[in-house]
Design a protein around this ligand. Sequence first.
Ligand code: GCU
Length: 717
Amino acid sequence: MEKALSLYSDAFHCSVMTTLRTYPPQWATLRILAITWFLIQVPLGLWGTYRSHDLWLVPVTPASVSVQVPHSSPTLDIARQELVTGWTGSKGSSLVLQLVQQKDLGPDGYRLERDAIQANTELGLMYGAFDLLRRQRTGQPVHGVVSRPAYTLRILNHWDNPDGSVERGYAGRSLFWRGMADLAVTPADRTLWREYARANASVGINATVLNNVNASPEVLSPGMLQRAAAVAEELRPYGIRVFLSINFSSPVRLGKLGTSDPLDERVRTWWAERVREIYRLIPDFGGFLVKANSEGLPGPQDFGRTHADGANMLADALKPFGGLVMWRAFVYQPTETDRAKQAYQEFMPLDGKFRDNVIIQVKNGPVDFQPREPFSPLFGALKLTRVMPELQITQEYLGHSFQLVFLAPMWEEFLQSDTYQQGPGSTVARCTDGSLSGHAFSAIAGVANAGTDENWCGYSFGQANWYAFGRLAWDPGLKSREIAGEWLRLSFQHLRTSVPVPLSVKQWERRFAAPALQIMLRSREAAVQYMMPLGLHHLFAGNHHYGPGPWWAPPGTREDWTPRYYHKADTLGIGFDRSFTGSRAVEQYQEPLRSLYARPETCPEELLLWFHHLPWTYRMKSGATLWEELCRQYDSGVREVAGFRTLWEGVKPYADPVVFAEVQQVLGRQQADAQAWKDACIQYFARYSRMPVPEGVSAPVYALDALMKADMRTLNQ
Ligand code: GCU
C-alpha cells in the first residue's frame, strides 16, 4: 500500500514536470509561476504522501530553525528533534527552550513566547514543543500562550491480553503482548513503542495501562514484568508512566497462598513483595488498575471485605514508592436492583474510607459506554474520595471500526454535564479535575483503540478519537469542533490530492474540511438516532455489541445482559422506569436534576426512555406520539448517514485517494448497518405498539425475520 502511494506521488511529480517542459514558449509566465509554486510548496513540505501510520504527525520538509536547549537529556533531545524536523514557521528562526520556576505552569505546563518555550520541567518543554508545532500547522497563535493540563494523569487503558488479543479491540493485535512464549523484546517492538509514545506525548497523554482489566495473574510473572519494563524504558523519555491491571486472586493463583483475603498478613506481605519487585524493574511504575467483584472476577467481597479493604491493601503496598491504585466502580450483580443503581449503592457508603493514593475509576454513564447515557451519579456524589472518569475510545458500542463515529461530542456532553455538587456549574470536569475538591492529583482514563494495524485504529477517522481523548484530558473545556478541525488540518491538509492546482487554505477548508467536519460533528448523534434514540440503551444482538437485537435473549442468559431488561417494551409502552414509581434511580442525582429527570414532562427527551416507561401514545414536545417520534428518529439517523455519503462524494477531488476510498467504504457499510438498525427496531417494537409506521418514514429494506436470524457482524460486510 505505502509503495503504491509513493508511486502515485512520483507519477504526479513527473506528470507536472513534463507538462511544464512541454508548454509553448508564450506560456513562459505560467511556467515561471508554476515552478515558483513548486519551489515554495515543496520545501515547506505541504505536499506529503499519506501514510496512515503517521497519524496526525504528518512528516514535512521543515524550514530551518535553530533550537537551543538548556542541556542534553532524552526528553529535551526529543523536543529539539521534533522542532528541527517539524518546523513550519519562518525560515531561519531561533528558539530557546528555557527551564524556569513559575508556579502557575505546574509540572507539565508551558509558556510559548515569541522566541522561547518556557516550562518548569523538561516534560513541560516537550509538551510546549508539540503544541507549538501543532499551532504552526493549524494556523493558531504561536506566542503569548500559557497552557497547563487540567488532569494530572491522562491515561490510556489497553484491554490487551497476554496472548496478544485485545478485548473490544478492532485494530489488530496488541501493541505490547504476543503470547507467553514470545516475550523477547525485538528492535521492531522498541520502534513501535517509541512511535506509540510519541503519538501520545504529542497530545499530552502521560500514562498507560498495558493489559486488560480482566487481568490474568500472569501479568505479574517475571517474563511479563521484564517485557513491561522494556516498554517503560521506551515510554519514559516521552513522560509516559506504565501501570498494570492486576487480578485480585493473584496471591492464590500465582503465589499459591490459600487465600487472597486483603486483611490476611500473608496476602499483604505477598503484595508488598510483588510491588518491590516491580519497582526494581520499573522505578517510575505508576501503580495498579483493578476490576474486582465485577462480571465474575474475584475481589475482596469474596472474603467478606469491602472495596475499600481491597483497594487500601494494595495502596499500602504501593505507597512507599509513590504508586497509585485505580479501583474501578464498574460493579453490578444479577439482582432485583436496577443495574444502573448498583455502583452508587456499593460505593457511597465507602466515601472517605479510601487511602489518599486510591482513585475510583468510574465509567461516564451508570451502565456501560452506551451511545447515550446520563452521567454516572457517582460524579458529584462521592465527595471525600478521589474519582476519575473512564471513557471508551474504542467503539465497542458505536460501530467498532466499521462505522465513522467521532466521539468528542459525547465526551464534551459528559464532561460539561452539571452535577450540581456545589451548586450550578459543578460540571463533571470540575468535579474530577481537582478544581472543586482541591485534591492534589486528578486523573482521566480512555479505553484505547490502538492496535497493530498499520493505521493503528482500524480506520483513519478512528485516529481522531485517540487524538480527541488526549486533547480533552489536557483541556476538558475544548469544543469538539475545535478538536475535529485541528485533527483534520494536521492529518490531511498537507497531503497530495488529485487537483492539478493547489488549493489555498481557504479553498481547502471550504471544499474538504467543512464537509468532513460536518460528518464528524454529526456522526455521534446520527449513531444515537439509528441505534437507540430517546434514551433507549443496550439493544444489541449478542455479546459482540455490534448490530441490533432488541429481541436477543438466548436461553439461560442473565436477564441484565439481555436488551429486554433495558427497553421493557410491552403493549402499554416502552422504557425503563427509573422515576419514583419505578427503580428510583433518579434519587441518586442531586437537585434540581433529580426532580427534572423524575417527571417525563421535564426530563430531556434524549434521555426520556432511560428514566421512564411511557405509553406509545405519549405526546412528545413536537406534538407527535412517542411511537411516531421513535420511528422518525430511526429514519432520520439513516437519512443522516446517507447525507454523510453525499458530502463525502463531494470531497473526492480534494482528498487523498486512499483516505477517500476507505471512508467511502466505511460510510457505505454504515448506511447499510443503520438501515438494519432502523428496520430491526421499528418492526420489532411495532409488534408491541401495534401502531402504523408514520408517513414519511421510509419503508424497510430488511425483513424482521431475516434480521432475527442474521449474524449482525457480517450482515453488511
Ligand atoms: C463491558 C465490556 C467488557 C469489559 C467490561 C469492563 O462490559 O463489554 O468487555 O470487560 O465492560 O469494562 O470491565
